[in-house]
Design a protein around this ligand. Structure first.
Ligand code: WTA
Length: 673
């Protein structure tokens, strides 16, 4: 790696920030990086020493095999050690750190009228009570608990309660459909489900319990009756001030299974001895889209995830005791798991937990919250930045954002325009922008700047985090040196990397390790420039990134072809100003079906119902025929170009019928926006 001398568009860390930062300059980054690669034992031992271990490790920091030709793929961290992550992120601070009265979360609801503060003491007490409730429901170490909750404090209580008793949580984003929830419950065979009666998203009221009941019904149809209890949080936004139900929605109720959260918690003790877990015991499953359509249950384990989320949070956001950290992600995604729940709590930090959306009740909502809580470190997605950019500077100018010190970006490549706006308008040119590249599978940041140390280039995730060794391969699996573009892979594990796909070792190995033996394959393309900076160029598999959420094209295709009028469907991404990418769907209809506005609406609704609103197609185009090779394979490259209206098609000789392409270009505008 070379630090660029002085070039246009390179931003150096502000001097103020550098003075007492954890990693104060590029040389100290290089030194620490070298130590993490050459002496991983020594490097990670220092980190592990900050935590409580009921029993120390007997094995090395990391043992692994990344080479499918040599046997099963595995990663183990600190084998033999016993600990509990909940103890480490709560009791340790309360008992040893005197942080009991420190605020762990400022909860800010969808409506500005709803907000509360939760101290570490209160958090610990709620978590223990919830842990006792789960135990009473029969949940034991190793059992799975599905959590389908909006961004309310009970979501954090539930996750940590599971971790405390050694149950494996599977949080399902509460914007997912009943079908998606069902699929995830069936795969995990969860015994308890935690949800809420409903939630407002902006002005829209969503009946979560009804979705849950539909999901459980579907589970039963598929022969899965694993869920025996459903714990239901009453959302305060659905109550009057006195706590009575506002009767805005009907909450379906089955007394043999359903229990209100408050009723269960009322008599529950706030003392609960943690279950001492092996370092490699599972902590959680989080489902992420897979290119074959069926979501993948990414499994993370206790000790490695603790060390890694702790350290990335500390260094990437240069964490200080007085910070107020705000990550706007939903906990239903990995970003929330690692940087709302575990990473900040492992550091004893104060975070904002925000339930709402950036534009409700007004487009200055995020800026208002930054001012209200004096947020120092702010972490969001490029799609949110692009959305807010559209409203210009005026909504920001009403608020005092001078508390901000560091800005983070995550989820998708950030285009330089959005980066520059974030840096100059939101950060007033004073705050480094840390563009963090990582995945559900990586557990925490893997390519990222360190705010006081790394000269920034807008749009580049810059350099590897400690312990991470990236490389770029060409199609033949050959490693490329210097300036290069190809497949982004990692040569060795770091403590926070996934350990498995839940109960599916074969898919785990096929998805991540088979293509290039010896490497973890991210599925992303990447370029390294002459200064050694890494630039993510986007997915190279059949996945799309819509507003920072990965979607599988085949999952959307599967939903479309469930419509009785659709014979075949092919889905590709096309650029979108706010979402980054959006869905352009080509549908071939069966004989008598007519392509018209109502069919388009039906198809959009179908996809929403099957997957969730995030997957709603932006364009649906009639495709009497699809461009295929003589062997019948759909040429997606060509569909992508049609979707983008890019006529520079190159060689079409592999096509069975080249006329199809012209036809699709001509019909392109008949698709509905
Ligand atoms: C993409 C989200 C460019 C990438 C944490 C990756 C990014 C996928 C960045 C993982 C970034 C995430 N720059 N692309 N800073 N961060 N991605 O599993 O394609 O929801 O593979 O994890 O998002 O998405 P996931």
């Amino acid at each position: 790696m070379v630090v660029p001398d002085s070039e246009d568009n390179v931003f150096y860390p502000p001097i103020d920030l550098q003075q007492d930062a954890h990693v104060p300059n590029f040389n100290s980054y290089l030194e620490l990086y070298k130590k993490s690669i050459e002496s991983p034992e020594a490097f990670w031992k220092d980190v592990a020493d900050e935590f409580f271990w009921k029993k120390p490790a007997t094995g090395p920091i990391l043992q692994y095999n990344f080479d499918v030709t040599k046997g099963n793929i595995f990663v183990k961290c600190l084998e033999g050690a016993k600990t509990n992550i909940c103890y480490n992120v709560l009791d340790r601070h309360v008992k040893d750190g005197n942080l009991g009265d420190k605020v762990a979360y400022y909860w800010e609801g969808n409506s500005p009228d709803h907000h509360s503060e939760i101290t570490y003491n209160q958090l610990l007490s709620q978590v223990c009570r919830c842990a006792n409730v789960l135990k009473k429901m029969g949940v034991q170490k190793g059992d799975r608990v599905s959590i389908y909750l909006p961004m309310v404090p009970e979501l954090v209580y539930s996750m940590l309660a599971c971790a405390r008793i050694g149950a494996v949580h599977s949080v399902v984003f509460a914007g997912f459909s009943s079908e998606s929830l069902c699929e995830r419950i069936v795969d995990a065979q969860s015994s308890v489900l935690i949800t809420a009666d409903g939630v407002y998203r902006g002005e829209k009221l969503i009946n979560l319990k009804q979705i849950v009941d539909e999901a459980l019904e579907k589970c039963k149809e598929r022969g899965c009756s694993s869920v025996t209890k459903c714990l239901v949080v009453k959302h305060q936004a659905l109550r009057t001030k006195s706590g009575a139900a506002c009767n805005k929605l009907q909450t379906p109720w089955d007394p043999s299974c359903d229990v209100f959260w408050d009723d269960a918690m009322r008599d529950s003790s706030d003392q609960c001895e943690p279950e001492w877990m092996d370092s490699e015991d599972p902590l959680f499953i989080l489902y992420t889209s897979g290119s074959t359509g069926k979501p993948k249950g990414v499994l993370h384990t206790v000790a490695g995830y603790l060390l890694y989320t702790y350290l990335t949070f500390k260094y990437v956001f240069d964490y200080r005791h007085g910070d107020v950290f705000w990550c706007t992600a939903d906990i239903g995604w990995i970003t929330g798991h690692s940087y709302i729940t575990y990473g900040p709590l492992a550091n004893g930090a104060t975070s904002v937990l925000f339930e709402g959306i950036p534009t409700y009740p007004h487009v200055g909502r995020l800026w208002e919250i930054i001012q209200k809580y004096k947020v120092t470190k702010f972490y969001t997605a490029p799609t949110a930045i692009r959305l807010l950019m559209k409203y210009g500077r005026e909504p920001l100018q009403k608020y005092d954002l001078s508390s901000l010190q560091i800005l983070g970006s995550v989820g998708e490549p950030i285009n330089p325009d959005a980066w520059l706006w974030y840096h100059s308008v939101v950060g007033q040119g004073q705050c480094p922008v840390v563009d963090t590249f990582w995945q559900t599978e990586t557990g925490g940041h893997v390519l990222t700047p360190l705010p006081a140390a790394t000269p920034l280039k807008p749009g580049s995730a810059t350099f590897p985090f400690f312990g991470v060794e990236p490389t770029i391969l060409n199609e033949h699996g050959e490693e490329l040196e210097g300036e290069a573009e190809g497949y982004l892979v990692f040569r060795r594990p770091w403590p926070g990397i996934m350990r498995a796909l839940y109960k599916n070792q074969e898919r785990f190995e096929n998805t991540y390790f088979k293509k290039f033996p010896g490497f973890y394959v991210t599925g992303d393309g990447c370029r390294r420039d002459k200064d050694g900076y890494y630039w993510i160029t986007g997915r190279i598999d059949d996945m799309l990134n819509v507003s920072g959420h990965l979607l599988s094209t085949s999952e959307v295709e599967g939903a479309l072809t469930e419509h009785p009028g659709v014979a075949e469907a092919a889905v590709v991404g096309r650029p979108h100003q706010v979402k980054g990418e959006c869905l352009h769907c080509f549908v071939s209809l069966k004989g008598s079906t007519e392509f018209n506005h109502s069919l388009v609406q039906e198809l959009k609704t179908l996809v929403r119902e099957k997957i969730g609103p995030i997957a709603t197609p932006d364009f649906i185009q009639n495709a009497p025929a699809l461009p295929k090779t003589r062997s019948g394979k759909i040429l997606r490259r060509i569909l992508r170009q049609i979707a983008r209206n890019d006529r520079d098609l190159g060689d079409l000789s592999t096509l069975a019928d080249p006329k199809v392409v012209e036809q699709l270009f001509n019909q392109r505008n008949e698709g509905s926006a």
